[in-house]
Write a protein that binds this ligand. Structure first.
Ligand code: NAD
Length: 501
């Protein structure tokens, strides 16, 4: 069976109408072989406007449904996701090129956030605050915000949507999702799974969760709409630079989850066997196409010559290939542009004196862009090391002083994820302190990638400052009202102000 046939079989099995993925002007390809999977009819700015109007109408009803009842919808969604896990995971592999365990892992992440959100639906609460005025009570109430526009990237074609959608739904908001134009089929399948849950739920307002297929112009229509109070946009910093100011110009709210240039520090006391495994997964996993992929490694002088040659050896032997036809751990790059970007970065690094290991195209399965992951030994942190190249390149540099290593780790524009590998308590604590890593994620003795649902996810600086997923990230999807109630017969004014009339 060709991948095209298999994809169509999965989609129809999930109840997707074949008109959704045949006969349109927008194409979808698999990075595994380059095969064209489908032709779709994209949305336009006009159809997006219509969808926004429908979402606005859905909001007036959904915001009044009690939050625990809204949680029931998400509980049903998790059930449907469990049933569809194999199919959806397979589509993630076909359309985004992930190895099977990562394709399934992405769906597991969706299930995990649903479970989290179901619990959250009974824990949406605000503070009661002591007031300075006698006979008064002050409290916070959290209210639904309105339609949430979700713009997502190709490399997590469905999980990022579910992080946003599960929280948005229990918080009382409809969603409008514009997935990456590189992964529309996985999005259509994922939407079909949610539609099943909506059908079982029964009385949700129509158009509570809508899917919009298309490129940046469709995202742009969401971004500029005053009827979409929150835009949650995941993708490159380049995209965030355009989207962020446009949302701000209309005083909308945005959650920006942008690029990373994540680093690890390997200290003299590190467990080198464990560090090797953590670095290998962090840097080569998903073919270096995670926002949290490890891209820079600072290795202490005293262990550099023992550690780096082992890493180079692991890179030379890692299995690269079509993960659906072999036991490869490194699948393809998403497309030709990604391959060219990688080669340009490697050439630039060589010009800056970098010593290159790997990075060449692996021609095994024809059609896809497969590369051997690259290590580049650098003597100083200069471009392209200071920029995110969305490919498996790991820049390695020596350090001698721990505080210098922290300064190097923080010395780039992105601020997403970071790790230190050490058994020295002082180093670990300094790394996690206010004088340590400046990233949204800072880890000790685990890699930079592979975050869990329970924690808030996001990064600082050019990563955009947004937070999604666990902890109290839900507050970003609601509006907060401060309420003061006077149950006395007097009217004492705050700050002792007197205003007798
Ligand atoms: P991209 O920026 O090319 O596209 C992301 C999404 O933004 C797509 O849906 C695209 O259509 C849309 N878009 C692009 N320009 C737009 C515009 N002007 N207006 C509205 N929408 C627009 O990113 P990509 O290549 O799909 O993904 C890779 C990038 O995403 C990397 O930089 C990676 O680090 C980042 N990423 C970040 C996170 C995170 O949580 N921080 C997670 C995944 C990926």
């Amino acid at each position: 069976m060709t991948l095209t046939t298999e994809t169509a079989t999965i989609l129809t099995g999930l109840g997707v109408d074949t008109n959704r993925f045949t006969g349109g002007t927008m194409e979808s390809f698999t990075p595994l072989t380059g095969e064209r999977l489908a032709e779709l009819t994209p949305d336009t700015a006009a159809t997006t406007q219509e969808a926004i109007a429908r979402a606005k109408a859905a909001f007036t009803a959904w915001r009044l449904v009690p939050a625990p009842r809204r949680g029931e919808l998400v509980r049903l969604w998790a059930e449907e996701l469990r049933a569809a896990k194999a199919d959806l995971g397979r589509l993630v592999s076909i359309e985004a090129g992930k190895i099977p365990s990562e394709g399934l892992g992405e769906v597991q992440e969706m299930i995990d956030i649903c479970d989290f959100a179901v619990g959250l639906s009974r824990q949406i609460y605000g503070l009661t605050i002591a007031t300075e005025r006698p006979g008064h009570r002050m409290m916070e109430t959290w209210h639904p915000l309105g339609p949430v526009g979700i713009i997502s990237a190709f490399n997590f074609p469905v999980a990022v949507w579910s992080w946003n959608t599960a929280l948005a739904l229990v918080c009382g908001n409809p969603v409008l999702w514009k997935p990456s134009e590189k992964t529309p089929l996985t999005a259509i399948a994922a939407q079909a799974v949610l539609d099943r849950a909506l059908a079982r739920f029964g009385d949700a307002p129509a158009h509570l969760a809508q899917l919009l297929i298309g490129g940046p112009e469709v995202g742009e229509a969401l971004v500029v709409s005053p009827d979409v109070p929150l835009i949650s946009a995941t993708g490159s910093t380049r995209m965030g630079r355009i989207v962020g100011p446009k949302v701000a110009a209309r005083f909308g709210r945005s959650i920006l989850e942008l690029g990373g240039n994540n680093a690890g520090i390997v200290c003299p006391s590190a467990d080198l066997d464990m560090t090797l495994r953590a670095v290998a997964f962090g840097a080569m996993g998903t073919a270096g196409q995670r926002c949290t992929s490890l891209r820079r490694l600072f290795v202490h002088d005293s262990i550099y010559d023992a550690f780096v040659p082992r890493l180079v050896k692991a890179y030379a032997s890692v299995r690269v290939g079509n993960p659906l036809e072999s036991d490869a751990l490194v699948g393809p790059l998403i497309d030709r542009a990604a391959f060219e970007g990688m080669q340009a970065a490697l050439n630039a690094a060589a010009t800056m004196g970098g010593k290159l290991h790997g990075g060449e195209r692996v021609e095994v399965p024809p059609g896809g862009y497969y590369v051997r992951p690259a290590i580049v030994e650098m003597t100083e942190q200069v471009a392209p090391m200071t920029e995110e190249t969305f490919a498996p390149i790991l820049y390695v540099q020596r350090y001698s002083d721990f505080e210098q290593a922290i300064a190097l780790q923080n010395g780039v524009a992105a601020g997403l994820s970071s790790s230190v590998f050490t058994r020295d308590l002082q180093e670990a604590e300094l790394f996690l302190s206010a004088a340590g890593s400046d990233c949204g994620i800072a880890n000790v003795n685990i890699g930079t990638s592979g975050a869990e649902i329970g924690g808030a996810f996001g990064g600082e600086k050019e990563t955009g400052g947004g937070r999604e997923s666990g902890s109290d990230a839900w507050k970003g999807y609601m509006r907060r009202a401060t309420n003061t109630v006077n149950y006395s017969r007097d009217l004492p004014l705050a700050q002792g102000v007197v205003f007798d009339i």
